[in-house]
Ligand binder design. Structure first.
Ligand code: UDX
Length: 445
C-alpha cells in the first residue's frame, strides 16, 4: 500500500515538498492556518512564484493527488501515515529563532496522535536549532498524546536544502537526504520511503541523530554564506591592488577540486530567507552554549558591509547624492524570484534615500513586493529604459538575465550621465569602461 503524506505549513518548503510528493503519485494533504492560501492551492494556483511549481500544482490538484485543508491537524493525522512539519521559524530581534509556530503545531499534532490508533511518523523539516526536536517538540508530543515516542509514534528531523528559483527541481533531485531520528525504526521507515520516492536515482542518504541533522542544515548554509563573505573579502583586497581582479582569482581558485567553483561570485553579498537568518541563529545558538563563533560573526559583518560599497562608488563618481537621480536595476534577493527578504536592494535604497537621492527602481517581478517595503519613497519604473531615463547613475543590484544583455551604448543612450556601478560583476569592465564611467566590485584600478 502506498503511504499517504501530509504537510503542515505551505510556505516555500512545504508547498514544494507537497507538490513534489504528489507529482510522484503519493496522496498528499497540504494543511495551513491561512484559508486564502489553501483556497488558492485547491484552485490549482501557487500562492508564490516559483518556476515550474504552478503547472505541477494544478496537475496534482486535477489528478486528485494533492488537496488542501484549512487548520485540521486531527484529520491530517488520521488520514495519512507521515506528517511533515514545514512551518516558519522566523528570527527574533536577538537573532535566535522563534518557535511559536512549531510549538503550537506540536500541541495540535500531539492531540491528534492521541485520537489515532495506528503508528504515525512526524517529520520536522522546518529549520530548527540543534536540540529543538528532542527538547521542545518531543516532550510536547508525548505530553499531549499521552503516548511514547519510539513506540506509538516516530519522530524524525529531515532538513531541506532547496534553493529558491529551483526549489521544485531540487525537491526531485537532491544532492543528499539527511534523516535524523529519535529511534532506528522511524529513521528506517523514512529512508525506505525516500528510496521508493527517488526510484532509480537515489541520492546518498545519511541517517543520524536528531541534533546532528539539525546542525547539518545550519552548517551547510553557514559554509555557503562564509564562502560568499570570503570571496567578498578577497574582492575588497583586490580593489586595493592595481590590476587585480576578483573574478579571475575566483575562477582560478574554483578549479581546485577541494575548493569548487560554486558560491564564489563576489558582489553585494547574500540575502534571502535562509542565509542571513540561519547564520544569525547559529551564532545565537552557539553563544547560548557558551562558545563565540568568531568566523560566523565575521561572515555576517562582511555581508553587512558589502552593500555600502556601491553607494560609496556612486558618491565617488557624483560627489554628493543629494537630489541626484539613481536608477536601481533589480530588487529581488536573486534572479528568478519576487522575494525581497534580506535583499541587498533594501540597505542600498535605504542609504540612497537617507543621502537625499531620488531613487527609480526596476525589477522584472519584484515591484509589488518592493511597494510594500518602500511605499511612495521610491519611483517604480515599468521597464529598464523607464528606469534609466534621466538617471545620474545606475546601480545593478540583481543579475537578472535581461540586465546581463545590456550594452554600454544602451546605458549611455538612456541616462543623463553615463555612470554605471555593477554590484554583481555582470559586465566586462574592459568593454564598459571605454564608453561609461564604470565601477565594480573587486577590481583594482
Ligand atoms: C539557500 C541555499 O542555497 C539552500 O540550500 C537553502 O536551503 C536555503 O538557502 P537560497 O536562499 O534560495 O538558497 O539562495 P542561493 O541561491 O543559495 O543564494 C543566496 C544568496 O547568496 C543570494 O542573495 C545570492 O545572490 C547570494 N550569492 C550566491 C552570492 O552573493 N554569491 C554567490 O556566489 C552565490
Amino acid at each position: 500500500m502506498q503511504l499517504r503524506v501530509s504537510v503542515i505549513g505551505v510556505g516555500y518548503v512545504g508547498l514544494c515538498t507537497a507538490v513534489g510528493l504528489a507529482s510522484q503519485g503519493y496522496g498528499v494533504i497540504a494543511c495551513d492556518v491561512d484559508a486564502q492560501k489553501i483556497d488558492k492551492i485547491n484552485l490549482g494556483f501557487s500562492p508564490f512564484f516559483e518556476p515550474g511549481l504552478r503547472e505541477k500544482l494544478s496537475e496534482c490538484i486535477q489528478r486528485g493527488t494533492l488537496r488542501g485543508l484549512v487548520n485540521q491537524i486531527d484529520r491530517v493525522v488520521a488520514e495519512t501515515d507521515f506528517t511533515y512539519v514545514t512551518v516558519g521559524t522566523p528570527s527574533k530581534p536577538d537573532g535566535s529563532i522563534d518557535l511559536t509556530y512549531i510549538e503550537s503545531v506540536a500541541v495540535n499534532l500531539g492531540r491528534a496522535l492521541k485520537q489515532k490508533s495506528g503508528y504515525h511518523i512526524i517529520i520536522i523539516k522546518s529549520t530548527v536549532v540543534p536540540g529543538t526536536t528532542r527538547n521542545v517538540v518531543l516532550p510536547i508530543l508525548e505530553t499531549e498524546s499521552a503516548k511514547k515516542c519510539g513506540v506509538d509514534f516516530g519522530l524524525c528531523m529531515n532538513p531541506e536544502f532547496l534553493r529558491q528559483g529551483s526549489a521544485f527541481y531540487d525537491t526531485l533531485n537532491a544532492d543528499r537526504v539527511v534523516i535524523g531520528s529519535h529511534d532506528k525504526h522511524a529513521g528506517d521507515q523514512l529512508e525506505a520511503f525516500y528510496r521508493e520516492f527517488y526510484k532509480t536515482c537515489i541520492p546518498p542518504i545519511i541517517q543520524t541523530s536528531l541534533s546532528t541533522a539539525e546542525l547539518i542544515k545550519y552548517a551547510s548554509n553557514a559554509m555557503l554564506a562564509t564562502k560568499i563573505s570570503f570571496i567578498n573579502t578577497i574582492a575588497n583586497i583586490c580593489e586595493k591592488i592595481p590590476g587585480a581582479d576578483v573574478k579571475v582569482v575566483a575562477e582560478a581558485m574554483g578549479l581546485d577540486k577541494r575548493i569548487g567553483s560554486q558560491f564564489l561570485d563576489a558582489g553585494l553579498g547574500y540575502g534571502g530567507s535562509c542565509f542571513p537568518k540561519d547564520v544569525q541563529a547559529l551564532i545565537a545558538c552557539s553563544e547560548a552554549f557558551g562558545y563565540v563563533p568568531e568566523l560566523l560573526n565575521a561572515t555576517e559583518r562582511v555581508n553587512k558591509q558589502q552593500p555600502r560599497k556601491v553607494v560609496e562608488f556612486c558618491k565617488q563618481q557624483l560627489g554628493t547624492l543629494k537630489n541626484k537621480q539613481i536608477a536601481v536595476l533589480g530588487l529581488a534577493f536573486k534572479p528568478d524570484t519576487d522575494d525581497m527578504r534580506e535583499s541587498r536592494a533594501i540597505p542600498i535604497i535605504t542609504q540612497l534615500l537617507a543621502e537625499g537621492a531620488y531613487v527609480v527602481a526596476y525589477d522584472p517581478v519584484a515591484i509589488q513586493t518592493a511597494k510594500s517595503i518602500f511605499q511612495n519613497s521610491v519611483c517604480y519604473a515599468v521597464s529598464v529604459v523607464d528606469c534609466l531615463r534621466d538617471a545620474d547613475c545606475c546601480i545593478l543590484v540583481t543579475q537578472w538575465p535581461e540586465f546581463e544583455k545590456l550594452t554600454p551604448q544602451f546605458f549611455k543612450n538612456h541616462m543623463k550621465q553615463a555612470i554605471l556601478v555593477d554590484g554583481r560583476r555582470v559586465y566586462d569592465p574592459e568593454i564598459f569602461s571605454k564608453t561609461l564611467k564604470f565601477s565594480t566590485i573587486g577590481l583594482g584600478q
